[in-house]
Design a protein around this ligand. Structure first.
Ligand code: PMP
Length: 444
């Protein structure tokens, strides 16, 4: 019997919460699996403590948003200054500095606007692309996720009509939106330039935008094939299609210039969110070429939002950039090298127990998969792997290691040797438990 953490107070508390909060959770997807709801009381650097007094390594990081570490003193001091200085107003004396910083670091950010959620800026990016091109449809890709809105959620591409279909077992599918998701988009496999090229050639007169995660983290941290993004860029230029990179995860996380800088391909519009404001409060950003953003200047396209550009949020963005840029971006290197060591320990623990495991993607936004080969298609995860991944996720959690649904691992700016020590100490019993549960489920 492998001893797991006692989480009874969290579970009791959550039972009460369920009376008032559906499912006792703040969000849900259409998955036949539930995370154990833990209620946390304290955070420090990479670590969290729950109501039962258990300590956790937080590589869940609020779906990647918690980029600066818990209780980052420099960040908190700056935020407190702004709370004392002013509340919400339309414009204040931080605006120029933040916009200049974003424009300096993000290749596609000739101009920027702000929102609150990733979903919101994605929808605004699509509106901008439609207005700019005078066309109505957009292309999206299997396995990519762009937010909680009817036109962009889930579905599956099935045939050469490229019209997405509702897919019952799709965990990003939902009732309550009929065919809204499917009227305006073509859904196709990613990383296959031939499929994309064929569709664009046939239907470019209808296509306003191609939207993708340039590194598909939501589909399992799959990198674009060599040359793919450049080929997409060329197609967009040739057929007057707006290229949208959804960098809500990769923006700031894989480097200050995001995946576009890393991979050397500049989109027309970029969407950012999550880590852009450090992790304590929400800000999202739509960044784009001036020619497109001019549609806001000349008011032909609406962009509204009560809290857009609120001072505390902009202060959070500025402080995040300052802290990431500090000491010649030394902290990125530390995040990467620490993460690399953790993933090596993770893989050797799996190997010594005979559990299949690979880790892939950028070091600061990686995914594991309980299979022998790297995942090359964001929509290609086998059911057996998915089930093993679920078991691994919950075994890790029961032994104090938190990773985001289901296999994502997000380090933060405050990583230290302590992360490594903790991981080393907890991974073996977690792996033993995972192995036992996988065996019992007939998955090993
Ligand atoms: N785009 C991507 C790539 C995301 O990962 C997410 C959130 N997981 C979103 C958009 C939506 O962001 P939000 O949840 O803040 O609306």
């Amino acid at each position: 019997m492998i001893q797991s953490l006692k989480q009874s107070r969290s579970l009791d508390y959550n039972r009460k919460l369920k009376q008032f909060l559906p499912g006792g959770v703040h969000y849900n997807f259409h998955v036949p699996w539930e995370e154990t709801p833990l209620h946390f009381v304290k955070g420090e650097g990479s670590f969290l403590w729950d109501m039962d007094g258990n300590k956790y390594l937080d590589y869940y990081a609020k779906f990647g948003a918690m980029l600066l570490g818990h209780n980052n003193v420099e960040y908190n001091t700056e935020l407190k200054k702004w709370v004392d200085k002013i509340s919400a107003v339309n414009h204040c004396d931080i605006d120029v500095e933040v916009c200049e910083l974003l424009s300096h670091y993000i290749p596609s950010a000739e101009q920027v606007r702000f929102g609150l959620s990733g979903t919101e800026v994605v929808l605004n990016a699509l509106r901008l692309a439609r207005a700019y091109t005078g066309k109505n449809k957009f292309i999206r890709f299997d396995g990519h996720y762009h937010g909680n809105a009817d036109p962009i959620l889930g579905g599956k591409s099935v045939d050469e009509s490229y019209t997405p279909v509702e897919y019952k077992s799709d965990y990003r599918g939902t009732k309550g939106r009929e065919d809204i998701a499917f009227q305006n988009s073509f859904l196709i496999p990613w990383n296959d330039i031939d499929v994309l090229e064929k569709l664009v050639k046939e239907r470019h007169e209808e296509i306003a935008a191609i939207m993708m995660e340039p590194i598909c983290i939501n589909g399992g941290a799959v990198m674009p094939r060599e040359g793919y993004l450049q080929q997409v860029r060329t197609l967009c230029d040739k057929y007057s299609i707006v290229l949208i990179f959804d960098e809500v995860i990769t923006g700031f996380r894989v480097g200050l210039g995001g995946a576009q800088e890393l991979l050397g391909v500049t989109p027309d519009i970029t969407t950012l969110g999550k880590g852009a404001s450090g992790g304590a409060l929400p800000v999202s950003i739509i960044a784009g070429k001036k020619e497109l953003m001019d549609l806001y200047t000349n008011k032909s396209v609406i962009h509204a939002g009560t809290f857009n550009g609120y001072p505390l949020g902009l202060a959070a963005v500025k402080t995040t950039i300052d802290l990431l840029a500090k000491d010649n971006q030394a902290r990125y290197k530390l995040m990467e090298s620490n993460a690399d060591k953790i993933y090596s320990i993770f893989k050797s623990a799996a190997q010594s127990q005979g559990v299949p495991l690979v880790v892939q993607g950028p070091l600061t936004a990686s995914c594991f998969h309980c299979q022998d080969e790297l995942l090359s298609d964001p929509a290609g995860l086998k059911m057996e792997t998915m089930l093993r991944n679920i078991i691994m996720n919950s075994s890790l959690q029961k032994h104090g290691i938190l990773v985001a649904t289901i296999t994502r691992m997000y380090p933060n700016l405050m990583v230290s040797e302590k992360d490594l020590e903790f991981f080393k100490e907890h991974i073996d019993p977690a792996m033993e438990l995972a192995k036992a549960d996988m065996k019992e489920a007939g998955l090993l």
